[in-house]
Design a protein around this ligand. Structure first.
Ligand code: UTP
Length: 294
């Protein structure tokens, strides 16, 4: 099992955005969770910017009913740009490079049967190449970005990589958990994976966190994957079946992760990023201190 077999460059990324976002109802009745803003940028834009920084060229969105606005966010908004230019301003002061024409592809997940099923829906576009996965509701904050760090690790070890982070042991049951092997700096060998284990059965407190680099063989495993935890087709279960057949490592991200799929994580991210902003950080700090003192 040499890494050389599994080290083609990672050019494509899948963004599963077809989930129902029930934890954010009623906000997500008509607005996709992925368009909720942290300060003034929608969650999906943070993920796409992170992908571009890591060298991703092709962006595959797995969408569902009511999610079209996510794709429209990456269109050129001519009237807005003309208006802002006329005012001597810019539509986005951070000026992200746009996704090149033809490089944004959408596929549909007609029924949200789970993350594993969403990824499988992208199989024809992914083809026979390794690919990255971004769960946009997990905001990875740091420089270099999480995926850039993972691509760097991938260039060394090849195969499959997932980002992991440590949580208190009593919290593991909400997540995919790894059985860790040998560690070398930020890189840990993955010996096993289990989705939402009972606390007493969890092999560690290292949870899978929203970023993956996988080999295309996972698509064939997803094809026959039976339902797992929560009655959903779980990506974790198919990844677990690849361990032992291909290299599999975890990368501990040197940065901060906010779980913006939960209300508390969303508020935390909003506050943390607002406090760091040059244009408003000082005022937010003063405002927060006043509120806490009062
Ligand atoms: P979540 O587990 O956060 O589910 O999905 P959700 O539906 O978005 O939100 P809640 O739990 O009901 O509040 C993680 C990621 O996988 C996508 C989601 O859009 C999200 O980016 N997903 C999940 C799909 O694309 N399809 C699915 O069937 C399930």
């Amino acid at each position: 099992m040499s890494a050389a077999q599994f080290n083609k460059p990672v050019r494509k990324a899948v963004f599963p955005v077809a989930g129902l976002g029930t934890r954010f109802l009623p906000a997500t009745k008509a607005i996709p969770k992925e368009l909720l803003p942290i300060v003034d940028r929608p969650l999906i834009q943070y993920a796409v910017d992170e992908a571009r920084e890591a060298g991703i060229e092709e962006f595959i969105f797995v969408t569902g009913r009511g999610k079209t606005a996510i794709v429209e966010h990456f269109d050129t908004a001519f009237e807005l740009e003309a208006t802002m230019t006329g005012r001597g301003k810019s539509l986005d002061p951070l000026e992200p490079t746009r996704i090149l024409p033809g490089n944004l592809v959408t596929v549909r997940q007609q029924v949200p049967l789970g993350l594993g099923h969403a990824i499988w829906c992208a199989r024809a576009i992914v083809g026979d190449e390794p690919f990255a996965i971004f769960l946009p509701d997990e905001l990875m904050h740091g420089s270099p970005g999480c995926m850039a760090q993972m691509v760097e690790a991938y260039n060394e070890v090849g195969g499959n990589l997932i980002s992991v982070l440590e949580v208190p042991h009593e919290d593991v049951s909400s997540y995919g958990v790894i059985d860790p092997g040998a560690a070398n700096g930020a890189l840990t060998e993955v010996k096993g994976l289990v989705e939402k284990p009972k606390v007493e059965d969890a092999p560690s407190n290292l949870i899978v966190s929203g970023r993956y680099i996988l080999q295309p063989e996972v698509m064939r495993l997803l094809e026959n994957q039976s339902k797992g935890a929560g009655g959903e087709i779980q990506l974790t279960d198919s990844m677990a079946r690849m361990i032992g057949t291909q290299p599999f490592h975890a990368v501990t991200f040197a940065g901060r992760r906010f779980d913006c799929g939960s209300k508390l994580g969303f508020v935390e991210a909003t506050l943390a990023l607002a406090l760091e902003r040059e244009d408003m950080g000082a005022e937010v700090r003063e405002l927060a201190s006043r509120m806490l003192a009062g």
